[in-house]
Design a protein around this ligand. Structure first.
Ligand code: UT7
Length: 346
């Protein structure tokens, strides 16, 4: 397995840090409990809950797209940051409204952020971490003073409705933060980051059609070729291994130890994966925030939705040191640390 790419400690000494100053989330109103999935597929509420920790998820109705969720979350994050201006919008998503153009410019336009830089990032379930690093990089490079980073996905739009292994897991949602230029000593300052990938295992999580490998023709793609597929068991083991390894790497870069972390907010892929990461790191499971029971796996929205849930429940409080981490298709993984700031609840 290739070692995680070496990335210089971030920010460079004396450089500008990206500081989290707003948080907003949104999930579509329709709630699908396990029983609704069990009513049409060969599965049960007991199996899904015992094997994944999920009880229900939010699902978009036909006609609702990723941008609709991203706009709602973005609006709330801007309000929380008390701003109506950003220099860049980074949208992490694997379920864009369409393959071309990127979804971010449309989201920016609908948020009244015309003329700001806007682009999509696709790192599947690690998207939000890659988005944060991109936003922080724009700030550190002096390209932007404020950046809106949104993680939004509607995986239920690409799931094979007859596949019990994936239909039981995924839900839809969006979460966003506003980053502003600040100093590394401030609460909310992000970094360092650890980001990595392993393309040898690209086939473990895929959508076969819709890209250049299967070129566009006048005939529709093979039936089912546009559905999402995942080799669950292999991914499960790698998710634990890589998220635990990335957490250790980022802590080393930060000069921190595991005991310095008050809360771990990591990708909500499976409750057993959260337990596995806690176990591998030798950390108590109650330091790991979990909202997977209510939202399922929401891909790029997972980490900000978990952050919001933890703030609402009081599990995450200003001043606490939090480690963010994720793992997803690509394969990709990433982590960062910050001291949680005082934010305006919206
Ligand atoms: O978000 C990015 C990364 N994604 C992840 O990290 C997800 C990682 N993977 C997982 O969370 C788990 O592998 C799953 C939840 C997808 C599956 O759970 P598992 O405990 O790993 O099950 P498995 O794939 O080993 O399958 C065990 C059995 C199989 O039946 P047989 O072949 O033993 O007869 C599956 O067909 O469980 C079956 N199965 C189900 N049974 C009832 C798979 N899904 C279901 C289901 N209901 N929904």
């Amino acid at each position: 397995m290739p070692a995680t790419a070496r990335i210089l400690p971030f920010p460079q000494a004396g450089g500008t840090s990206a500081v989290v100053c707003g948080l907003g989330t949104w999930v579509p109103p329709r709630v699908v409990p396990n029983a609704e999935i069990a009513a049409r597929l060969d599965t049960s509420d007991e199996w899904i809950h015992a094997r994944t920790g999920i009880r229900e998820r939010h699902v978009v109705d036909p006609g609702m797209a990723t941008s609709d969720l991203a706009v709602e979350a973005g609006q709330r994050a801007l309000k929380s940051a008390d701003t109506d201006r950003v220099d860049a919008l980074v949208l992490a998503t694997t379920t864009p409204d369409r393959p071309c153009p990127a979804t971010a410019p449309d989201v920016a336009h609908r948020l009244g952020l015309d003329r700001c830089a806007a682009f999509d990032v696709n790192a599947v379930c690690t998207g939000f971490l890659y988005g944060l690093a991109s936003g922080a990089g724009l700030i550190a490079a002096g390209v932007a003073e404020q950046v809106l980073v949104i993680g939004a996905d509607t995986f239920t739009t690409i799931i094979d409705p007859d596949c019990r292994a994936t239909a039981a897991i995924f839900g839809d949602g969006a979460g966003a933060v506003v980053l502003r230029a600040g100093s590394a000593s401030e609460p909310g300052a992000l970094g360092p980051f650890d980001l990595g990938s392993d393309g040898q295992d690209a086939d473990l999580i895929t959508v076969a059609a819709g890209g250049s490998r299967q070129r566009s023709t006048r005939r529709p793609a093979e039936p089912g070729a546009e559905f999402f597929t995942m080799a669950g068991k292999a991914v499960f083991r790698k998710a634990i291994f890589q998220m635990a390894g990335s957490a250790q790497t980022v802590l080393r870069k930060a000069g921190l130890g595991l005991r310095d972390i008050d809360r771990f907010v990591i990708h909500q892929a499976n409750a057993r994966i959260l337990n596995g990461v806690a176990d591998m790191l030798g950390q108590p499971v109650d330091k790991f925030v979990r909202n997977i029971d209510q939202v399922g796996n929401t891909a790029a929205a997972s980490v900000p939705l978990a952050l919001d849930a933890a703030c609402a429940s009081g599990e995450l409080r200003p001043g606490q040191r939090v480690l963010l981490g994720a793992f997803g298709g690509g394969l990709t993984w990433g982590s960062t640390v910050l001291r949680w700031p005082e934010l305006e609840a919206v």
